[in-house]
Design a protein around this ligand. Structure first.
Ligand code: NAD
Length: 459
């Protein structure tokens, strides 16, 4: 297996091999064979589709753009996962992200499998007309493998509502008369999207933190005091005191998570730093997050980078280097930009003792192991950032029923689902020596393995 996801799946299977209650019908040689089959199935995607989209540019040239759709596993339902528009997209990355989607959906009991897409472009360098062509071509090239009951894409880095609207419209033209509303999620509300979808990942990210700190740690102090677990000690050090937060990435996920923290009355939070691809902004008494969101919405998504822009935003803050956000002396750090942000070369400089992964895989395997060995709690991507796929599922359901939920209903359903996952995982986490990520993976792998076994796929 390759990549961080693969190595944790392998470790989870190794742990489960020793657990006699897991697949208890299987003994000795039959058990060994089932485990070998599981490694083979979970470590490889069912399909890797690759195309070179032919795109005529506005200057008259034609370019070929490498594009992917990876379908990892559909034992739990149709493949589901975003389409990333970024110049660093590559096959291994898309496979890794598709695998993570299979595990994420299994963890949260969302009836989808795992998929992911990628288009190797920097979307900022294409005109709107060219991006429209790219979206239409993506659907044309992959239309045979997509569909509401086959594989349902959503936005990811570099894509959003506009792209999903274009893609659904193209799917509808290619397949006249067939159901199309559930073919893509993350659409605009007027076009069949769900209220609350845009905010869902950031809200879920913050909810995972709030639930751990407020509902769990505060209410479970007896359990936490009675265990030797290093994570329990870290957790107790966070109980019932003011907290400082830093947020890396101020896009869809980071800005919403920061706003949730800013408005949260249950925790005594202060968002002292936010950052984006250009800059870190710092203020020890807490930043004005609503004013920063207003500024980014009027400035192509970017935070202020000069004193003049800060004045224009009506915000007072220190302007620091982009990387500074990672090394601040804060209690909590929310990572909501890209993968591989904390790695072996910078992990020793990280001071936060609680990290929340809003982005996918922002902490590498080496850094994860190092921080976990030092008692740092990492609320992993698979748990923290599932709000998007959970509300995508509600969008897909609403599209099928042609009945739409209010925003309040959507957020209640989202919170109920995340709460249910956290209630299953957290007591286990604080009771044993595995990091939270490993606990989540074990839960997902148990679910997938049991289903694959019952479906007769392991022999
Ligand atoms: P986005 O494009 O809206 O925002 C990304 C933010 O990161 C921007 O503020 C950008 O300036 C900043 N950034 C880029 N490079 C940076 C760098 N080197 N250092 C610091 N900041 C940097 O993307 P998003 O939708 O918010 O997604 C962020 C992450 O969350 C991605 O890893 C994505 O896969 C993951 N995620 C997103 C969703 C979703 O629903 N949007 C769901 C699950 C996971």
């Amino acid at each position: 297996m390759s990549g961080q996801t693969g190595s944790i799946v392998q470790r989870s299977l190794d742990a489960l091999m020793k657990d006699e209650s897991f697949l208890r019908d299987l003994q000795d040689e039959a058990r060994q064979k089932a485990f070998t089959s599981l490694v083979a199935i979970l470590s490889t995607p069912n399909h890797v589709h690759k195309s070179f989209l032919r795109i005529p540019l506005e200057d008259g040239k034609v370019v070929r753009i490498p594009s992917y759709r990876v379908q990892h596993n559909n034992a739990l339902g149709p493949y589901k996962g975003g389409i990333r528009f970024h110049e660093s997209v590559n096959e291994d990355e898309v496979i890794n992200l598709a695998t993570l989607m299979t595990l994420k959906n299994a963890l949260h009991d969302v009836p989808f499998g795992g998929g992911k897409g990628g288009v190797v472009i920097n979307p900022r360098t294409f005109s709107v007309k060219e991006l429209h062509q790219i979206c239409k071509k993506y659907v044309q090239y992959f239309s045979d493998v997509l569909g509401p009951d086959k594989d349902i894409p959503a936005p990811d880095v570099g894509s959003g509502e506009r792209e999903m609207d274009w893609m659904m419209a193209e799917y509808k033209s290619i397949r006249p008369g067939e159901p199309y509303r559930g073919s893509f999620t993350g659409k605009s509300v007027i076009n069949g999207g769900s209220l609350g979808r845009r905010e869902s990942t950031g809200k879920g990210v913050y909810f995972s933190l709030r639930y751990m700190l407020h509902d769990f740690i505060k209410n479970q102090s007896t359990l936490l005091n009675n265990t030797n677990n290093a994570f329990a000690k870290t957790a107790l050090s966070y109980a019932d005191r003011p907290l400082t937060l830093a947020v890396q990435g101020f896009g869809n996920v980071g800005s919403v998570a920061a706003l949730e923290a800013y408005h949260c009355t249950l925790l005594q939070n202060k968002v002292v730093a936010v950052s984006d691809r250009n800059v870190t902004l710092f203020k020890s008494s807490g930043l004005d997050i609503p004013a920063l969101i207003k500024f980014t919405s009027e400035n192509n998504g970017d935070l202020p980078t000069t004193e003049e822009q800060l004045t224009e935003a009506g915000v007072s803050a220190e302007i620091r280097d982009r990387e500074d956000v990672l090394y601040l002396d804060v209690d909590v750090m929310i990572l909501a930009a890209l993968e591989d942000q904390i790695h072996k070369d910078n992990m020793e400089k990280v001071k936060a003792r609680l990290i929340v992964e809003g982005a996918n895989a922002p902490v590498t395997s080496e850094a994860d192991e190092y921080l976990s060995d030092n008692g740092v709690i990492i609320i992993p991507d698979i748990l923290a950032n599932a709000g998007g796929v959970i509300v995508s599922y509600f969008e897909w359901l609403q599209g099928r029923e042609t009945q739409f939920y209010s925003e309040e209903e959507v957020f209640k359903l989202l919170v109920d689902k995340m709460k249910s996952t956290m209630d299953t995982i957290l007591p286990q986490f604080f009771g044993d020596p595995f990091p939270l990520r490993q606990n989540c993976y074990i839960h997902s792998v148990v679910k997938l393995s049991t289903i694959l076994y019952r479906q007769g796929k392991l022999y």
